[in-house]
Design a protein around this ligand. Structure first.
Ligand code: ADP
Ligand code: ADP
Length: 225
């Protein structure tokens, strides 16, 4: 895990400014949630941190490393999207193991890690299934497992629950909170759902039209008048 520091991040697309003046520092191990209306820049910020977009200007640090020019694959960041995008021909175990196999971790270590991750996400009875034999919620848990199996320094989630029905969303949200408490990986989570923001966040960043409107803990952001 690592702290994350954004200093004056700006991202322009042609002549549209998607985000600007984005400055905040997330301490090691905290869970931060980015909220705001559609189009306010949440995904752009997350994708910039992941290295899937390059900032037009500003500085981005992960841990103590300035990563402005570091490509996504070298950032030690894992990202989970709204649509699970699992490998359809691989089993649950093979999906979870994928990032570790790419890194040439030894077989025994991979096996242990797959089991640990599967247990913490209640997937241990599904290891030999293929994605299409799983429910939506199970598939998204596999996507979470695949992302965290290699113990990234930073975990980024872009509306990971919004394709699930209400019951599954509640269950998966609870699992995610538990997973974070267990692993303590610094996490940045994008949502437009207030319940998710309130239950998951250490801090909430409220965005509006590409700028930060407010940063605070859930009580201060959603305090009733
Ligand atoms: P959010 O995730 O909050 O819905 P986005 O980060 O997707 O917002 O978008 C922020 C702004 O940047 C929007 O005005 C959007 O139209 C613009 N934008 C995002 N990606 C691109 C792109 N690839 N090309 C042009 N404009 C973009
Ligand atoms: P492969 O033929 O690529 O080894 P497997 O499905 O046997 O495919 O396994 C993929 C990875 O997941 C391997 O690293 C394996 O150790 C691990 N794995 C597979 N099944 C289990 C299981 N039931 N428990 C723990 N790890 C498993």
């Amino acid at each position: 895990m690592a702290k994350v520091l954004l200093e004056n991040i700006k991202r322009r697309f042609n002549n549209v400014t998607a985000v600007e003046d984005i400055t905040f520092e997330i301490p090691d191990g905290e869970f931060w949630v980015l909220v705001g209306p559609s189009g306010c820049g949440k995904s752009t910020i997350l994708r910039t941190i992941a290295g899937l977009e390059m900032a037009t200007s500003g500085n981005l640090f992960i841990g103590d490393r300035l990563v402005n020019d570091i490509p996504a694959r070298a950032r030690d960041v894992a990202m989970v999207f709204q649509n699970y995008a699992l490998y359809p021909h691989k089993t649950v175990a093979q999906n979870i193991a994928f990032g570790l196999e790419m890194r040439k971790v030894d077989r025994k270590k991979i096996q242990e890690r797959v089991l640990t991750v599967a247990r913490s996400l209640s997937l241990e009875h599904l290891l030999d299934r293929k994605p299409k034999q799983l429910s939506g919620g199970q598939q998204q848990r596999v996507a979470l497992g695949r992302a965290i199996a290699r113990e990234p320094q930073l975990f980024l989630l872009d509306e990971p629950l919004s394709n699930l029905d209400a019951q599954l969303r509640d269950d998966t949200r609870a699992e995610l909170k538990q997973l974070h408490q267990q692993l303590g990986i610094t996490t940045i989570y994008v949502t437009h759902d207030q319940v998710e923001a309130m239950t998951l966040a250490d801090k909430i960043v409220v965005l509006n039209r590409g700028r930060i409107q407010q940063i605070g803990d859930p009580q201060s952001i959603y305090a009733l008048p």
